[in-house]
Structures are given as C-alpha cells and as structure tokens.
Design a binder for this molecule. Structure first.
Ligand code: UDX
Length: 436
C-alpha cells in the first residue's frame, strides 16, 4: 500500500518511517526544501533515539522517500496523512489550523485517485468536518474519506510507542475510511494492538482527553508532593500506595517540577478553548493549567530557599543539570528549566547549565544562562546544584567530585533521582520533591 505523509516533522517522520518499516511504500512530503535535502543526506531534523537508523534502513530498502512535491508525493497513495503542526495561536490559545487546511486544499487540488485523508495532527473537535468541506470545495472528482487518527507518541520513546501502541484510535464516518485504515494498520493489528473505531468527533476528543487526563494525574501528584513536604510524608510512597489500585494505575505519578513539552501545555489550552466555545467548562483542566504554570516558578524559589533565602542567595551561582522538558530529547518547549532559570536570574542568582542534547535549543531561550561542556564544569565553583531533567547521565554523578567542586554541598533534586538518606550520609544538604 502506498502512504503519503504530508509534514515531515516529529510525528510525520516517525510515523512515516515506522509505516515503511512495516512494509508500506511511504513518501514523506514537506514544503521545507532544506529539511528534505537534509533527510536525503540522512540528517534527522529532530533528535529521537533510533530514528536515523530506521530512516536509513527503509530508504535503502526503497520503501521510504522524501519530496517537496505534494502532487507527485500523493499520486497513487491510498492513505494521505496530514501531520503538520498545530501550534497555539498567538493571543487566544486556539490551535492554529491554517497549515492543516492549506494541506487539505492542496491535496484536493492534486488528487489523482480515490483516497483516505487522515488527520494525524492534534486537531480540535470538528476539524475533520472542516477538512472534508475544504476537500469537497476543491472540486475533486475522486472519492475521499476523511478520518481522524491521533498519535500518542512520547518524545524519546516514539518508535516503541508507534510499534507497540496501547491502542490505535480511528475516527471514521464510512466503510471506505474504515477499510483503508484497517489495511494501513494491519501489521500492528497482528501485534494484537487494539484498533478502536469511533466517530470522527469522538476520536478527535480522545486525543485531548487523554493528554488532559495525564496532565491532571501529574499535577495532582505535584500538589500531593507539596502536601507531603508539609505533613512529613513521602510522595513516592504515596504514588506507590495509590498506583497499585488498578483503577488509578501506577504510571504518570512522578512528582516533579511540572509538565512541559510540545503536547500537554498546548493541548490542555486547546481543550479549554473548545470547552469555552461550546460553553461546557472543564474546570479541572483549568485548575491544572494554572497550578502547573505556578509550579515552575515555585521550583525556582525552592532553589533560592536551599541557598538560604533571597538575601543569602543574591550573587550566588547555581549549576543546573538538565534543561530539556524531559530526557532523551532536545526539545525545550515549555520546559520548567526556562522558568526556573528566570526566577533565579530575577533573584540575582547566576546559572551555569549543562544538558546532553538541549543546549543548542536552550541558548536563545535562556540568554543569561552560561552553557557548559559537561556536568562537572557547570558544578565547578557553584553554590548549589539543581537537577531539573532526569537524564541517565545525572543518576550516577561522582558525588565526592561534586562535593569537592561545590562551594557548599547543596543539591536540589527536582526529579527525585537520589535517595535522601544516602545523600545526607554523603554529606549533602539535600532537598527533593515531596520527600520530607
Ligand atoms: C505526551 C504524551 O505522553 C503522548 O502520549 C502525547 O502524544 C504527547 O504528549 P511527551 O510530551 O513526549 O508525550 O512526554 P511525556 O513523557 O508524556 O511527559 C510530559 C511531561 O510530563 C514531561 O515534562 C515530564 O517530565 C512530565 N511528567 C511525566 C511528570 O512530571 N511526571 C510523570 O509521572 C510523567
């Protein structure tokens, strides 16, 4: 089966490469000539473990190719995926759908066979109806079915998530759409991944509901962590204790500096906009967004407290380990590190940082932060260390060396990757999240 993937960004590229790996004939299309040139040269536009090898292998096997020519790329494709960006629109927080509709229009004008057009981009409820209207208005004589098929890929684990999904959600309104999608996902179906068919609107909502629920789960635990600190509890024990209840589930209960990334912040806001438009408030998610925003700066204040309070902290220097919103990515979007560094800078605390992959992306966002070549040079001469992202490289730091490089042995662990007792024994003034 031939599949066209319009948009060769994160989702398009990962999905395209995985479909090719399952034996489909895939063309990835993008308007950005430089990006396509780099892909031809084997250079990935994003950092995702395993992606370069997956792309190279499938290009070599002749199942994966790249082009800027949409008309050529979609020719003969049974399924045409729209996987372009839907950023938050400046000013009102609505998802910006102009790229999605522009692609739909171009697809309609260039279609040379019957096809299923699939929105893979995260789009608000009702977008599929609008895509259908745009395609109809293009006057194409071909049979087109518009299907919603949201992705649930985590950055850093995207290939595994694609190949072994918990579920595949397909929102289709007709048999043609359902049949083609069953064929598209047949290789995964054989892996026993459940294929859930719903209406198109339900499918569109599932994506937002899933992300908002996960964001809520995290935010709930973050507030439990604050409470643990006050009452003398341990949030990890609380997480374990509630997570063993099958109705709650043990995943996504790690307290930390607040969620960031390309999905949760954007999708929770877009869900609130939809709720507002339909006058059906989702007050829990409103609270989640507010609590999470406040949390990031509060984490900066936590570091200031560890330095002895605002007066003591002024003029001191902090080593920040980890900048990206989570490990195994170079993505800095809405990373707590940005707000934490800002809070420290506002309090006249300087920051020297190290991140294994994110420093290039971080530089323009954190102009006052000094970027260092490795963790120990960031720590050298600092008054405290703060761990913001749980990269594996920070899990086994040489603590004696850390102590000897620091002016005072102060360590703030916002990801709870060290054990309080062990750190105290090692001679650190150690603060973490939700562990009194
Ligand atoms: C998320 C969803 O998991 C994925 O299904 C969706 O398609 C896109 O959004 P991603 O943003 O890549 O994926 O990262 P994820 O691993 O879900 O983490 C999101 C944020 O939550 C990170 O900032 C992470 O640090 C934070 N988090 C996650 C916690 O603070 N605690 C947790 O227990 C889990």
């Amino acid at each position: 089966m031939k599949i066209a993937m319009v948009g060769s960004g994160y989702v398009g590229l990962v999905s395209g490469a995985c479909f090719a790996d399952f034996g489909h004939d895939v063309v990835c299309i993008d308007k950005d000539q430089a990006k396509i040139d780099r892909l031809h040269a084997g250079v990935m536009p994003i950092y995702e473990p395993g992606l370069d090898a997956l792309v190279a292998g499938n290009v070599k096997a002749g199942r994966l190719s790249f082009t800027t020519d949409l008309a050529e790329g979609i020719r003969g494709a049974s399924a045409i995926f729209i996987a372009v960006g839907t950023p938050s629109r400046r000013g009102d927080g609505h998802a910006d759908l102009s790229f999605v509709y522009a692609v739909a229009r171009e697809v309609g004008e260039n279609l040379s066979n019957d096809a299923v057009v699939v929105t893979k981009s995260t789009v608000p409820v009702g977008t599929g109806d609008e895509v259908e209207r745009v395609l109809r208005d293009s006057g194409t004589p071909h049979l087109v079915s518009v299907v919603s098929n949201p992705e649930f890929l985590r950055e850093g684990a995207a290939i595994g998530d694609f190949k072994r999904p918990d579920r595949i959600v397909i929102g289709a309104e007709d048999d043609f759409g359902r049949e083609v999608m069953r064929e598209v996902y047949r290789p995964l179906f054989l892996n026993e991944s459940p294929l859930l068919f719903t209406s198109r609107r339900s499918s569109e909502l599932i994506k937002y509901a899933a992300n908002a629920f996960l964001a809520t789960k995290i935010t709930f635990m973050n507030e439990m962590a604050d409470l643990c600190e006050k009452v003398g509890g341990n949030v990890q024990d609380v997480a374990r204790g509630i997570g063993l209840d099958g109705r709650i589930g043990s995943k996504f209960l790690h307290a930390g500096p607040g969620y960031g990334g390309s999905c949760f912040p954007k999708d929770t806001l877009a869900l609130l906009k939809t709720a507002e438009d339909y006058e059906s408030p989702v007050r829990i998610v409103e609270a989640v967004v507010k609590v999470n925003d406040l949390r990031k700066r509060a984490m900066g204040r936590k570091v200031i407290e560890a330095l002895g309070g605002p007066d003591e902290a002024r003029g001191k220097r902090v080593a920040m380990l980890g900048l990206t919103f989570k490990p195994n990515t170079d993505d800095m979007r809405d990373s707590p590190a940005i707000a934490i560094a800002q809070t420290l800078n506002d309090a006249k605390v300087s920051v020297a940082a190290y991140d294994p992959e994110g420093m290039e992306q971080a530089r323009p966002l954190m102009s006052e932060v000094e970027m260092m070549g490795d963790p120990y040079s960031a720590i050298d001469g600092a008054d405290a260390v703060v761990i913001v992202t749980e990269w594996d490289a920070f899990r086994a730091l040489d603590l004696n060396r850390v102590k000897s490089l620091l002016k005072a042995p102060v360590l703030v662990d916002l990801r709870n990757i060290y054990q309080p007792e062990a750190m105290r024994e090692a001679g650190f003034a150690y603060t973490s999240v939700g562990r009194a």
